[in-house]
Write a protein that binds this ligand. Structure first.
Ligand code: PBG
Length: 326
């Protein structure tokens, strides 16, 4: 069967035909919207390197929550900026911590939005590292106790899903045991199982004020050159009890998303991170690309690679475009 019997263009001839043979779907139902919450009153402050992404104080969340439900965005991932930072990040597991307050506000305003929380130390520690530091080294096992406390504290505030992002060995097991020990058997774990030591987190670290004060994250986050190792990381987290897996960043790692999708049957998320977002926003602001086309194409690509769930700062605008285009 070759030309002229076969003509690939036939199936592209009209919109209904193109829609009928479309292989990958993209919908707001796939999105998780990452948000940054801060102390104070009446704060909605745009993050310079991330246009249209804001720091919100608790009293400004309700309007945003209504926006998200109007756009049918099913879930958020919350990041908190504490009032004070210290060596272990005390506010991270305080019942009146900023994330705990935000979780309660979400549940008060709209209990149907799924609330996920990032579980890591780096936004809360004065050294900006993802674990406890001793003589310049990040201590793995000592950090696990704190991660368990953070996860149960978020669960106690009402979080539906906790998402450990610190790439400590054994973090999923420690969190599962802590949650179960406190009666939070139905709180799920979305593990940032495959997280690379990436340059694409730059704008996030401005937003979360979490740049390490010395060194970098290469002793725990993965080497961008490795893909087989991604399967090992994913397998370990599956064995420790993860309910869902994540690959992060997304666009430079579509092959990794594909491989993890093939090898595991858990729901798979991909994090379209801050640097990926800021590059698109900067190019669009310069008129160099068509933002809508590029964003929907990139998000479709992430889905085509195999992600069920996409964490993206584009969630609101993409949901709006998808709604208007349908
Ligand atoms: C760590 C964390 C980071 C991101 C999410 N969770 C930053 C890091 O590892 O330095 C990055 C997200 C982004 O860039 O959008 N708590």
């Amino acid at each position: 069967m070759t030309f002229p019997l076969t003509r690939a263009r036939r199936l592209r001839n009209s919109l209904p035909l193109r829609q009928m043979v479309q292989e990958t779907s993209l919908s707001a139902a796939n999105f998780v919207y990452p948000m940054f919450v801060v102390h104070g009153r009446d704060v909605k402050a745009e993050i310079t390197s991330m246009p249209e992404v804001y720091h919100f104080s608790i009293d400004r969340l309700a309007a945003e929550i209504d926006d998200l439900s109007a756009l049918n965005i099913p879930a958020v991932m919350l990041f908190g900026i504490p009032a004070q930072k210290d060596p272990i990040g005390e506010e991270n597991f305080a019942s009146d911590g900023i994330v705990q307050q935000a979780v309660r506000e979400f549940k008060r305003v709209n209990p149907d939005i799924l609330v996920m929380t990032d579980v890591c130390l780096c936004e809360y520690t004065n050294h900006g590292h993802c674990g406890i530091i001793h003589e310049g080294e990040i201590l793995n096992d000592e950090t696990l106790d704190i991660l368990g406390k953070v996860a149960t504290s978020h669960a106690d505030a009402g979080a539906d899903v906790v998402a450990p992002s610190g790439m400590m060995d054994g973090m999923v097991k420690a969190i599962r045991e802590a949650l179960d020990g406190d009666g939070f058997r139905n709180v799920s774990i979305l593990s940032y199982a495959v997280k690379y030591a990436s340059g694409f987190y730059g704008p996030f670290r401005d937003a979360a004020q979490s740049t390490p004060s010395f060194g970098d994250r290469r002793t725990h986050q993965m080497d961008p050159a490795n893909a087989r190792e991604a399967l090992k990381e994913a397998r370990l987290d599956v064995e420790e009890g993860a309910d869902m897996l994540m690959v992060k960043p997304a666009l430079p790692y579509l092959d990794v998303i594909y491989r993890v999708r093939q090898a595991f049957d858990l729901p798979l998320a991909a994090y379209n991170v801050s640097g990926e977002y800021s590059m698109v926003k900067a190019a669009a602001a310069n008129g160099w690309i068509d933002e809508q086309k590029v964003v929907l194409e990139a998000l479709t690509g992430i889905r085509r690679a195999g992600a069920d769930i996409i964490l993206t700062y584009h969630a609101k605008s993409a949901a709006r475009w998808l709604k208007n285009n349908s």
